[in-house]
Every structure is written in structure tokens, then in C-alpha cells.
Ligand binder design. Sequence first.
Ligand SMILES: Cc1cc2nc3c(=O)[nH]c(=O)nc-3n(C[C@H](O)[C@H](O)[C@H](O)COP(=O)(O)OP(=O)(O)OC[C@H]3O[C@@H](n4cnc5c(N)ncnc54)[C@H](O)[C@@H]3O)c2cc1C
Length: 433
Amino acid sequence: MSWDFETDEEYASQLEWVDGFVTEFAEPLDYVIPDSMDFGNPSRQALIPPLQDVVKERGFWACHLGPELGGKGFGQVKLALLNEILGRSRCAPAVFGCQAPDSGNAEIIARFGSSELKAKYLAPLLNGQIASCFSMTEPGGGADPTMFVTRAEQDGDMWRIDGEKWFSSGAHRAAFLIVMAVTDPENPPHERASMFIVPAETPGIEIIRNVGLTGSSQGDHSYIRYTDVRVPLDHMLGERGGAFRVAQSRLGGGRIHHAMRTVGVAQRAFEMLCERALSRQTQGERLSKKQLVQEMIAESWLELEQFRLLVLRTAWKIDRYDDYQRVRGDISAVKILLPRVLEHIASRALQVHGSLGVSNEMPFIGMITTAYSLGLADGPTEVHKVTLASQALRKHTPTEDLFPTRHIPRLRADAYRRLAPLLAERGIQLELG
Ligand SMILES: Cc1cc2nc3c(=O)[nH]c(=O)nc-3n(C[C@H](O)[C@H](O)[C@H](O)COP(=O)(O)OP(=O)(O)OC[C@H]3O[C@@H](n4cnc5c(N)ncnc54)[C@H](O)[C@@H]3O)c2cc1C
């Protein structure tokens, strides 16, 4: 029997080093490097690789992969504590070799790639020499992948891919794309598609445009057309018709890692909320003296702590069971809370900063946009609510009776039946209330 809410001393001191390193070296990068994986930017090339070398030396590089996949085997709880620090800085994940979507893509290739594919794509990806893209969502529908229509047909010793993909993040700088395409349209819906590695230089890949998020000057999410794109047969990842399994193995980890980093962003928003409340004066007193502001602080604290504990417990369950299917409901719960908690805390911090809060001199609108994005990426909140509800319902059974099992008159009658004779032995008459 053990319930432990403490970090062991050795790891805590390592985290202290990470905290200082991120504050001193990674956070400043966010103001000078627009895209932490843009290898064509000389500033990025001058500043990030030396920091990556330090991280490698300290043993914190690409910690998300388990030992069986060639990684450090930190486990998810340690990762959670690490990622909440990295979440504070946009560039920190690249400095630590765990940036999305490369972290999830590496996991896919490590699990499902042949040794040739691993040597060609995984090794340089894990070394931080190239970037990758996950190209699954289509313009005709994202939340329901059974609607995807991009086709892959075998043509001699090649697969020929035709179709369009939408919001393929980072495609414009990727060395390869992982593409989901229908290979077996006659199969049941979840066994129709397969997953492929497509090198970015393959003829027939056309980026129609790079779409940006609201408020961002750069477009990072590509709308792509694949026309007669040919890849060798061995570029399939996993089994034919197995794309859903491959995608799930990546998305489970991806979702919980987003949540871990979001804890860090929400903590930062909370710190800013408190600092402003303690600093700003109005009507002769500080904002922190106003009860409505105190309510904002209390609500934010509650939401943040509950969310963080749920993230940590889910991380613990992943370590314990080593089975994403078994923790599907927990991951969905975390995924549902993630945008809500960040949006609430960032909105309160914005409000307390007044006009400054809504300006482009503070990060709150960006945090709120991030919250909305995280409510869509890796599946919309509504879909995760459906998953959570169905997982929760599995642990319950219906009653055949007209009245519920815990109908008070029934419970009272049962109790009377059991306890009245015991009391009668002692000469006490039990009366029905
Ligand atoms: C920042 C960002 C980065 C992304 N990066 C990638 C990427 O790298 N690769 C990639 O392939 N995709 C990526 N996506 C796409 C993402 O996976 C999709 O946005 C998501 O799956 C939803 O698909 P959709 O946008 O087509 O919305 P739709 O499928 O059109 O859904 C729209 C809305 O309908 C509602 N809805 C949908 N299903 C249900 C349901 N079952 N019950 C009730 N309501 C429902 C929800 O409100 C949902 O938001 C990214 C998205 C964002 C925002």
C-alpha cells in the first residue's frame, strides 16, 4: 500500500537544474526564434544545437522513448514533472528533443518501422537532425478518420498515394511525412487504412498553402495535395489495414505529453495572475484585496491542482499498466480538461491585467488560442467526452428493476430486515423511519 506525492531527492535536484536551464537558456529563444525546428534559420542553427549538446550530456535528451525503443525509459511520471517545466517555453521541447510531432512520429517508427526505416528516418530524427510531419486529417473531416478518402494503391513494387490532407503541422520543413491512406476500402471501417512513410522530396507532394493560427504571422499547418506520390512497398508502417492501431499508439502518448506541458503553461498564467493581483492598486488597495479577484485566484488554484494531479495519476497508470488501451478513459479525461483549465486561468490572468492583458505585449491571447487548438488537435473535446463516458459506463451495470438499486425505500427495508432481529435480541424495537 503506498500513496506518494513526493519527488525523490535525486530527481528533484535534476529537475532543479532543468528549471534553471530552461529559464536561462530556452525561454529567451522564444523571443528570437519563430520556429524552433526551422533548420534554414541561421539564428536557430547557431543557438539551439549547442544547448541540445548540454541536454544530451545531462541525460535529458529524447526522454519520452522507453528503453525497448532505444530511449532512456524515464517513465511517464518523471516525464510529467519534466514536461511541465518544458511547457513554459515554446522552444524548450526542441532543445530537449521531445517536440511534437516528432516525438510521436519517432515512437511510431520505433514501434512499427523495419530496421531499414529506423536507420534511415528514426536515427536522424532522434538526433535532432531532421523534422517530420504527421499527415492524417483531411479537408473533408478530421474527427472521424473513417471518413478519410486519401487512397494508396499498390502499383508493382510501389504504393501510389492520391488525396488531400489538411492541417499537417510542420510539413513545409519536414524531411518525411507519415501519411494515412485507404488501402482496403472493402474492409470494415477501422481496417481500411494503412500508414506510410513518405519522404518529403517524393514527386507529387504539393503544399497548396500553409495555414496559420489566428494572431500568428506564420503558417505552420499545411494543406497538402498528394498526386501520384510513389513510395516503396516497405515504407508501410505496421500491418496493411492497421493505420488506426498505429495512430492510436502515437496519439495516447501525444495527448498526455501535451497535457504535461499545458500544466506548465497554466502554472505560468497563474503566477502572472497572482503577481498582478499583488501589484496593481485600485480604489486605494491592491487588487488582491478584492474578493472577486480572490475568487479568481482560488478557482484557478483549484483547477490547476486538480488538473495536475489527474495528469500525474494518468502518467502513473501508464507506467503501471504499460497499456494505452487500459488508460484510454483517463487520457480522454485529461484531454477534456486540458483546454478548459488553460483557457480559464489564462482568461482570468488576462482580465486582471486589464487593457495590458488583451494587448500584444502580454501572452494571454496566445495562451487562449493554444487552449482552443488543444481542444481540437488529437481529437475534439466532444469525441473524448464520448470515449470517457463509454469507458466509465463499462464499469456499471443496468438494473432490471423498475426502481434504482439504491432507491431509499428498498435500502431502508433491507436494513430493517437485517438489523431488526439483531436489535430484537437485545430487546430493542426498531421502528421504520
Ligand atoms: C493546432 C493544430 C494542429 C494540428 N496538427 C495536425 C497534424 O499535425 N496532423 C493532422 O493530421 N491533423 C492535425 N490537426 C487536425 C486535428 O487533428 C483536427 O482538427 C481534429 O481531428 C478535428 O478535425 P476537424 O478540424 O476536421 O473538425 P471536424 O471533424 O469538422 O469537427 C468539428 C467539430 O464538430 C464537433 N464534433 C466532431 N465530432 C463530434 C462527435 N462525435 N460528437 C459531437 N461533436 C462532434 C466538435 O465540436 C468538433 O470540434 C491539428 C489541429 C490543430 C488545431
